[in-house]
Structure formats: structure tokens, C-alpha cells
Design a protein around this ligand. Structure first.
Ligand SMILES: [Zn+2]
Ligand SMILES: [Zn+2]
Length: 181
């Protein structure tokens, strides 16, 4: 494990949230947000409302910028998110999880908690000099971002199946080359 478990989970969730931006949008309605909430093990306040959905969707471009920013810009975004959310780090224990850090209460709005968890995790990356873990999918047709948590920094593709797509294209290219020789 490179980072604390809660940091790694928050990084993966932030990348997944950023990757819901697209056409079609990955968070089209409240049901999609419910599914995202469950998939990434969120707990606490969840309103199932359009207002909540709008707040979460509005957070995405801000988080996405982190993947395109240099260190000073990342710091500005992270500090801004923490300041606006009145973040106050506290060690907490809930459900079956061991002690970990929350910086806003569990009854804060979902979008606020998503913003703060992402910001706290990004703060860890900055402190450890590991912002290069924030990468872009290598597939030429893909705009997704990823977090490379592999020990040898070998991750190239996002979680949308681009690794498989690239392998299939490479296989077809080899077959085509072989049949022309
Ligand atoms: Zn928690
Ligand atoms: Zn991809």
C-alpha cells in the first residue's frame, strides 16, 4: 500500500467521479448517483434529490482540473475546497472501518464531503511528492483520468475497459500485418 487506505479509496473515487463527465453523462439522474454512492462505499447523508445531484455534478470540473494542473495550481484548488467546506480534520470510526480521517461531519452535504475527501487525499499526494500518480488514460480515444497506485507506476489505462480495447487493437494489427507479409 502506497498511501493510507482512506486516501487510496478517496483517490479512486475522485477519479471515478471525474470520469462520469462525458457523453453520455455518467451521472444523468438520481438513480445513477445512488449507484455511484453504493459502488464507492459512501456513507452518511444522502438526499436522493436533484439538488444534491446538481451539487455533485458541479464538483466534477473542479476536481478534473487537478489532473491538468501543476503543483501550485493543485494546492490552490485543494486549499480552496478545504476552506470553503470549513474542513476540520477529525479521526472517526464508523460502520466496520478502522479509525480514519473525516474533515467534515457525516451530515454535511454529499458534494461537500466528496470535495473534502478528494482534497484531503490530494493533500497527501502533494505532501509525498506523488502528484505524478494522477495520470491520463493512454487509449487514444479516451479522455478518462486515472490514479496509478501500482508500485512500479505501470498503470496505463482507465477502468473503462481501455486496456482490453488496446490489447484487441494490437492483436488485430498484428494479424493484419501477418496476413500482408
Ligand atoms: Zn468514513
Ligand atoms: Zn480509458
Amino acid at each position: 500500500m502506497l498511501f493510507a487506505h482512506d486516501t487510496e479509496c478517496a483517490l479512486v473515487a475522485a477519479a471515478a467521479l471525474v470520469n462520469t463527465v462525458g457523453d453520455p453523462d455518467g451521472l444523468p439522474d438520481v438513480a445513477a448517483l445512488d449507484a455511484f454512492f453504493a459502488t464507492h462505499g459512501w456513507s452518511g447523508r444522502h438526499e436522493h434529490t436533484d439538488a444534491e445531484l446538481r451539487q455533485v455534478r458541479a464538483l466534477r470540473p473542479r476536481l478534473r482540473r487537478i489532473w491538468y494542473a501543476d503543483t501550485d495550481e493543485v494546492v490552490a484548488i485543494v486549499n480552496g475546497l478545504l476552506r470553503e467546506s470549513h474542513a476540520l480534520p477529525q479521526l472517526v470510526r464508523h460502520d466496520d472501518e478502522p479509525y480514519h480521517v473525516h474533515a467534515v461531519p457525516q451530515d454535511a452535504p454529499l458534494a461537500t464531503r466528496m470535495a473534502v475527501e478528494a482534497a484531503m487525499a490530494m493533500a497527501d499526494l502533494v505532501r509525498m511528492g506523488e502528484l505524478s500518480r494522477l495520470r491520463h488514460c493512454d487509449h487514444p480515444d479516451c479522455d478518462n483520468v486515472l490514479v496509478d497506485l501500482s508500485r512500479n507506476r505501470s498503470r496505463r489505462f482507465c477502468e473503462a475497459g481501455c486496456g482490453n480495447r488496446a490489447a484487441v487493437s494490437a492483436y488485430r494489427a498484428r494479424r493484419a500485418a501477418a496476413s500482408h507479409s
